[in-house]
Design a protein around this ligand. Structure first.
Ligand SMILES: [Cu+2]
Length: 503
């Protein structure tokens, strides 16, 4: 087998920043250090991996006349569905056939830093034209995913602008709910470009109350910048919109039968976009958010997902016809964001009907009237935007500090934690954008949304609405550097990240 050379620089960096002995793995050629290592593999175990992923540039046929070229896993989009068993160790080989080092992030899993797939935490890169073999114990159960964690900056072919997204399902010991069919849907746009248009404000989140002081701060910063003659910072738009890599009307429809209960696992694999989904004449019974069963499953007419969010929902097929399961935005649907659902024996043009007005509130799925546990400590975070401050891109700060550019050479934690303590993150958003905030290697419990208490909803991404305050709690139970960031690629690349550290 071809061993992947690890650069001397990477090796030195690891030995330099990690306490404990670093080992250069004899089989794999991977610099591995004891606190990072999931488990060492020896020759006898090295024979075969449970899964092999190959990162390479490939064509993707979104529609017969729309074939794009992008970096994929195994030449396909989405990447192959990886099914793991809760608590049962798995071995994955990742080959990188591209010219640039890559990171493969196991989003939503409680894995060690050495396999998490974030250079900022110290995960070794998968070298260009090299490979890494990793072993870990998948958990927690439910819908997770894997994606590149490279930064893209102004390169709209890199990072999550590429097609490096694939679903993971960790089979639980007990599957919640019963269903007749299980369908995975990955929502993703292609052919990005920059604009100065400014994103349209979205007002689908509830509660809607804004914090006056945050609004004043954000509006006055923006006004000051524009009055100095600055243009609006860049935003990203897309040409093609797909579900499972196919534009609406292309590819096979989803075939269902009247009376079936279909479990949809929906993943927003977008680099930057918030997505919605509706199926005319049907409702979604949400049973899990970000793969975690919710305390109060509830039926809703529309699903909303920030980047990297996942929803598992059951749809009872009781309205025969041929329907469009699609995004509420007419323009995005017209450019492909939808998929046809066809009942057995039904024919004709797929129908779309606009759903009734609906606001998305995570609290709907929480425990009613149950107060959450008190934290041991509260960490305050203020999110701010510096309009067009970094070569035309907006720069983002947490408590006034953009994530340091040299952090991969020298990790600079912003917050230090103590193992076993329960922390509350009090996030205050002094911008008008919605930020899908993500914590690596841990789950958090939503505890307050714009003043409204909520409990029992465990997630790893939460949308923080413009000029609002959101609070989440997590327990520091997976030591090591832990990245916290906005999952919007354009935001995380331009400062919107911070590191936690604890031993
Ligand atoms: Cu953001």
């Amino acid at each position: 087998m071809c061993a992947a050379p690890t650069s001397r620089r990477d090796f030195l960096r690891l030995t330099g920043t990690v306490t404990g002995a670093a080992i250069f793995h004899p089989v794999l050629g991977i610099a591995d250090s004891s606190p990072f290592r999931a488990r060492a593999l020896d020759f006898s175990e090295a024979a075969s991996a449970d899964y092999t992923l190959r990162i390479a540039t490939s064509p993707i046929e979104l529609a017969p006349n729309h074939i794009v070229s992008a970096i994929t896993y195994n030449g396909q989009f989405p990447g192959p569905l990886l099914r793991f068993k809760e608590g049962q160790q798995t071995v994955v080989d990742v080959f990188n056939d591209t010219d640039a080092p890559e990171q493969l992030h196991w989003h939503g899993q409680f894995v060690p830093v050495g396999v998490d797939g974030a250079a900022e935490e110290g995960t070794p890169f998968i070298p260009a034209h090299g490979m890494r073999r990793i072993a870990f114990t998948p958990r927690p159960p439910g819908l997770r995913f894997y994606h590149t964690h490279n930064r893209a900056g102004a390169d709209l072919h890199a990072g999550q602008y590429s097609a490096q997204v694939g679903p993971v399902y960790i089979e639980p010991q007990h599957e919640p709910g019963s269903y007749d069919q299980e369908i995975f849907l990955v929502l993703k746009e292609f052919e990005p470009s920059l604009s100065r248009g400014g994103d349209m404000a979205m007002n689908f989140l509830s509660p809607a109350a804004r914090v006056k002081s945050l609004e004043d701060a954000g509006e006055s910063a923006m006004k000051t910048s524009l009055s100095k003659g600055m243009p609006h910072g860049y935003e990203v738009g897309y040409r093609y919109f797909t579900i499972n890599g196919r534009m609406l009307g292309h590819g096979e429809p989803l075939r269902v039968k009247s009376g079936q209960r279909v479990l949809f696992h929906v993943l927003n694999g977008s680099a930057t976009e918030i997505r919605s989904l509706a199926l005319p004449g049907h409702t979604f019974k949400v049973i899990a958010l970000d793969g975690n069963p919710v305390p109060s499953p509830a039926e809703v007419p529309v699903l909303w997902l920030g980047t990297a969010e996942r929803i598992s929902a059951i749809v009872e097929m009781k309205h025969p016809g041929v329907w469009v399961l699609g995004d509420l935005a007419d323009d995005d649907r017209a450019h492909g964001m939808g998929i046809v659902i066809e009942y057995a024996g039904q024919h004709g043009k797929p129908q779309w009907l606009k759903p009734p007005p609906f606001h998305w509130n995570y609290a709907r799925f929480g425990k009613p009237n149950v107060p959450n546990a008190q934290p041991d400590e509260t960490i305050d975070m203020l999110f701010s935007k510096r309009n067009a401050a970094n070569q035309g891109f907006n720069e983002w700060t947490i408590n006034g500090v953009p994530f340091p550019a040299d952090s991969m050479e020298k990790p600079t934690p912003m917050f230090y934690l103590r193992q076993g303590r329960r922390y509350r993150l009090r996030m205050r958003n002094a911008s008008d954008d919605i930020h899908p905030m993500h914590l690596h290697r841990h789950s958090f419990e939503l505890t307050k949304l714009a003043g409204q208490p909520i409990s029992g909803v465990m997630k790893d991404v939460v949308m923080v609405n413009g000029y609002q305050q959101v609070e989440v709690d997590f327990t520091a139970d997976n030591p090591g550097l832990t990245l916290f960031h906005c999952h919007q690629q354009l935001h995380m690349d331009f400062g919107f990240m911070a590191l936690f550290d604890y031993v």
